[in-house]
Write a protein that binds this ligand. Structure first.
Ligand SMILES: [Zn+2]
Length: 70
């Protein structure tokens, strides 16, 4: 999948944003609604399902554009 940067029209490369914790690395996810903090799990999900994202990065200016497909 090839994209053109909406800022500078450079070419963009598909990838992911990594969330890093003490124990592992995971793909960043998108969650509907405002974040609600929890002292136990970091953020509450409130019944919503997190969606894994993928992100294009412009090879010229570094602009990031993320998608959370169904
Ligand atoms: Zn660009």
């Amino acid at each position: 999948m090839s994209e053109e940067c909406p800022k500078c029209q450079g070419s963009m490369t598909d990838g992911v944003i990594i969330d890093t914790s003490y124990t592992d690395r995971r793909v960043s996810t998108w969650l509907e609604g405002a974040p609600v903090k929890s002292i136990w799990v970091g953020l509450k999900l409130n019944g919503n399902k997190p969606i894994e994202t993928h992100t294009f990065r412009c090879n010229r200016c570094g602009f990031l554009e993320s998608y959370a497909p169904l």
